[in-house]
Write a protein that binds this ligand. Structure first.
Ligand SMILES: NC(=O)c1ccc[n+]([C@@H]2O[C@H](COP(=O)([O-])OP(=O)(O)OC[C@H]3O[C@@H](n4cnc5c(N)ncnc54)[C@H](O)[C@@H]3O)[C@@H](O)[C@H]2O)c1
Length: 254
């Protein structure tokens, strides 16, 4: 008999799911049967992804959310509860990065990257914990980055923020394991998304960058979404506090 991942009856929130890795993840979780909450500060793109899922026969609501505001993170979880009755999966995907040498970054740049990437993850996780602890089950999947594991030049504050998310992932996993809630991280290498297009171009283009990757290509959003689906599923029930690189082998080089 084939082994399948079936998320029927599960409710999943994906932040920053209006485009890129978040969008692909939302579409994949919906294909696996989950009811989706598409949370993004860009309301038009959130609505369009929710509509795309409904058009394919799935269930999805769009919620305009700025994850840098704790009250909006709370409202996002409330919207998921109103629409779907529960919250089983939270994918902390939304993040931003300022690509400059550290010496050229301002304290305002620090604030922006840290606020969205680290604080946003904290606010959304805090909000989702209440229903998950009550249900005594849940999956939190945090998008990290190889930048947060091995450090990336031109991305120092982003690296620091993602390193913070990685440590938070492990600490929270230890706190909430007793509630049958797992907390894991997925660390992509450079992946082709609207958000990374500028970085890829500035680094000399896809072909040049791919040479640093043992698998000789950059990631596609579906490569990352597949890994998120796995850790969000019952197949990963006994894995928590782990960070998985999904990077064509990049973090093993050097
Ligand atoms: N693309 C890559 O090369 C790469 C590499 C490593 C890690 N990652 C991580 O993967 C995740 C997704 O990256 P991506 O490339 O798909 O990003 P992207 O920039 O293409 O999309 C990010 C989405 O997040 C939304 N967003 C931004 N700030 C927000 C906020 N304050 N509140 C709510 N939504 C907000 C944006 O509107 C956008 O829809 C991020 O956590 C990123 O750090 C990406």
């Amino acid at each position: 008999m084939a082994v399948t991942i079936d998320l029927s009856g599960k409710s999943a929130i994906v932040t920053g799911s209006g485009r890129g890795i978040g969008r692909e993840t939302a579409l994949l979780l919906a294909r696996a049967g989950a009811c989706l909450t598409i949370a993004d500060m860009d309301e038009a793109s959130a609505k369009s992804v929710a509509e795309e899922i409904r058009g394919k026969g799935g269930t999805a609501v769009a919620v305009k959310t700025d994850i840098t505001r704790a009250e909006e993170a709370q409202a996002m979880v409330q919207a998921a509860l109103s629409a779907h009755g529960r919250v089983d999966i939270l994918v902390n995907n939304a993040a931003v990065w300022t690509s400059k040498l550290f010496k050229d970054l301002t304290p305002q740049d620090y604030d922006k990257d840290i606020h969205v990437t680290l604080y946003g993850t904290l606010y959304c996780s805090r909000a989702a914990l209440d229903p998950m602890m009550e249900q005594k089950s849940g999956r939190i999947v945090n998008l990290i980055s190889d930048a947060g594991r091995v450090g990336e030049p031109y991305l120092s504050i982003y690296s620091a923020s993602k390193g913070g998310v990685a440590a938070f992932t492990k600490a929270l996993a230890k706190e909430v394991g007793r509630y049958n809630i797992t907390v894991n991280g997925i660390a992509p290498g450079v992946t082709n998304t609207p958000g990374s297009a500028g970085f890829i171009a500035a680094a000399g283009g896809e072909e040049k960058l791919a040479k640093a990757y043992p698998l000789r290509r950059l990631g596609q959003p579906i490569d990352i979404a597949n890994a998120i689906l796995f850790v969000a599923s019952d197949l990963a029930a006994y894995m928590t506090g782990q960070i998985f690189s999904v990077d064509g082998g990049y973090s093993t080089v050097g």
